[in-house]
Design a protein around this ligand. Sequence first.
Ligand code: NAD
Ligand code: USQ
Length: 397
Amino acid sequence: MKIAVLGGDGFVGWPTALHLSARDHEIHIVDNLSRRWIDTELGVQSLTPMDSIQERTRIWHAETGRRIHFHLIDLAKDYDVLKNWLAEERPDAVVHFAEQRAAPYSMKTDRHKNYTVNNNVNATHNLLNAMVEIGLDAHLVHLGTMGVYGYSSVGAAIPEGYLPVGVETLSGETASQEILYPANPGSIYHMTKCLDQLVFQFYARNDGVRITDLHQGIVWGTHTDETRRHEQLVNRFDYDGDYGTVLNRFLIQAAIGHPLTVHGTGGQTRAFIHIQDSVRCVELALANPPEAGDRVKIFNQMTETHRVRDLAEMIAEMTGTKIAYLPNPRKEAAENDLVVRNEQFRALGLDPITLEQGLMSEVVDVARKYAYRIDRSRVPAVSAWTKEIAKTVERDP
Ligand code: NAD
Ligand code: USQ
């Protein structure tokens, strides 16, 4: 297939592009490189030394003889450029990673809130609008988030996207239907993913666009089979207080002897998936598209759930690092339980990589190797969800 990987320079997009290229698909990365600009804005850099996208694709060609094409396009701002590009290339499938994905970044200031909403909602809508306008019947696979559900399974496992509900009719019978699971976003970023869901629902119903939405949990790890092939194919690895996700942050903190930064009591339970499984899930989703006229196909792309403080305790035990229980900069439940259904990917053959010490210590080794690149002052998470919470975090960062 000819596949457009939108956001293919990012943490999940890059290894996905390599994974699909290695399986003989023709890959076109479309990215505006905004993530690299945000690093500059925040004064941080990936733990791993990341080459330019042009250099990365050159190395991939030298290693494998396969070409990955790169196109510098802003999905949110360059509507006509995007439309003309799609009309010219006419990809068979489009994988959409191209959004601002950090919850703390989205909550930093009013400017960051506006940026995240404008960027994410416009990127998704521009893409669908352009596809319909040029009559492109490509399968759209979007990387969404488990966070659209909120994180509480209130006694029943979270289904894959749709909730069966029974409504009493006027004649007193019960009519059953399935509705999108009620959206319950915990940040401006997560809110944009909830808005995306409605945009998808509309375009699938109104225009018959074939759409798969992957509700992904927190991705951990860094290497995949393809990124391991050459030092310059290395994936990005975020550790800072805005973009670093919890498990990867703990692993890096352990590598540099920084106390593990648990927010509050660490009672939040979240869904996780290893980066290798994440790229495999995208491949499985691409191979199993919905039919035109079908509703949006939704998968829960996660393999296990863990409570944050249990993860911290596991890593502390593994490495001898101390745990710091810090004021929580976020507005979230102190404790939550989370049970999630994920049978669809399992049925398609996903054999999950689960958290185990060997694999986690591999990540600690990567962290140790590049520890000299870590700026410890960028480790604390200081982006607060409300002005009131900001006062607590400032007092005790
Ligand atoms: P990332 O920030 O590393 O990559 C996103 C890429 O999209 C970047 O290269 C960025 O430059 C590009 N981009 C952003 N806005 C763009 C625009 N307007 N036009 C063109 N390119 C644009 O993020 P990631 O961690 O690779 O996440 C990819 C997707 O997966 C996101 O949509 C995110 O919501 C989702 N996701 C990520 C995780 C995770 O733990 N990393 C978990 C669940 C879901
Ligand atoms: N946390 C800590 N200490 C830290 C960092 C985080 O205790 O140093 C806690 C947070 O308070 C939160 C949990 O860990 O309760 C998860 O935080 P995170 O930053 O790892 O994850 P999150 O903000 O939810 O976002 C990440 C990705 C996002 C994706 C989401 C999937 O950045 O793109 O959508 O994971 S999910 O969490 O399932 O919604």
